[in-house]
Design a protein around this ligand. Structure first.
Ligand code: MLY
Length: 277
């Protein structure tokens, strides 16, 4: 994929200047990746950053690791660079007076955490400390300017890195806009976020780079062409699809499935909760 996208040509066509490398908190030479799948490490829980959990290396692409917190499900994998400050060798938190904690959404009863932990680490292969690279220092202040080009992680599809543009600046924050995607994937982040890279980073680091999207210019999404409504219903959830005109055909609308959510504020055991737990 990275072979098919050429920044130089793209910049000639689309205009815009690449953001200078000095804007980014990224290593100038690609950090080596010596991790191997199934190795255990310690990682900050991405959904609860103050807690440190055990994670398993699921895979790697260039210097990026695909990680899964032990005790969590397989739908919350996340990615970290080998020189991320969020990851450490097993034993790191104990050495620093901390505790390994269950991930947010731990699948089992909290009381089973200590024995779960023991089982998960028993006989596990821990990633050696030589795998972990020093996090780069990064710039002291925000040097980005609007319209600068970059490569950025698509946070809704975090395995993907895509061409993007700085849309706006607000103090320490930059607005990352994905080229050709009409804003659906855009986000604000701090100027030294590890999810943003200089143009050419993917090619240099052996990571695929997605081509820019097709939306945002041209006929596909222009109103009045009869395409907007088509594409805007794609991928919508069933609730929004229910309100399309097709429903008028049936005299009585199909029953809407209902779901009740019980919030147990008092943390008391009730008829719906398993007393054994
Ligand atoms: N299947 C998704 C992928 C979108 C990816 C967008 N990124 C690259 C900015 C979709 O088409 O919605």
């Amino acid at each position: 994929q990275s072979e098919t996208f050429n920044w130089e040509e793209y910049l000639k066509e689309s205009g815009g200047e690449p953001a200078p490398e000095t804007c980014f908190k990224q290593a100038s030479t690609p950090p080596e990746n010596t991790f191997e799948p199934s190795q255990k490490i310690e990682a900050a829980d991405p959904r609860n950053l103050t807690s440190t959990c055990v994670a398993t290396v699921i895979g790697a692409v260039g210097p990026r690791l695909r990680l899964r917190l032990d005790g969590s499900d397989n739908s919350n994998d996340f990615w970290r660079l080998t020189d991320s400050g969020d990851i450490h060798p097993i034993g790191f938190s104990e050495k620093n007076g901390g505790l390994l904690q269950p991930p947010l959404g731990f699948r089992m009863n909290p009381s089973s955490w200590p024995s779960f932990m023991q089982k998960t680490l028993n006989g596990a292969v821990c990633a050696p400390s030589s795998c972990f690279k020093q996090e780069p220092l990064g710039p002291r202040r925000n040097e980005f300017k609007p319209s600068m080009k970059l490569e950025a992680v698509d946070r809704k599809n975090p395995m993907l890195i895509c061409p993007a543009t700085i849309g706006a600046i607000n103090g320490d924050q930059v607005h990352v806009r994905f080229d050709g995607w009409k804003g659906a994937f855009d986000y604000w982040c701090k100027y030294d976020d590890r999810d943003i890279f200089p143009c050419g980073w993917c090619a240099k680091n052996g990571h695929p780079l997605q081509p820019p999207g097709q939306k945002g210019s041209g006929a596909v999404t222009k109103p009045g062409r009869g395409r907007l409504s088509d594409s805007s219903t794609q991928g919508l959830n069933p609730t929004s699809r229910n309100s399309t005109p097709s429903r008028q055909k049936s005299p009585s609308p199909a029953p809407t499935p209902t779901m009740c959510v019980y919030i147990n504020h008092g943390c008391n055991c009730g008829p719906y909760l398993n007393q054994q737990r």
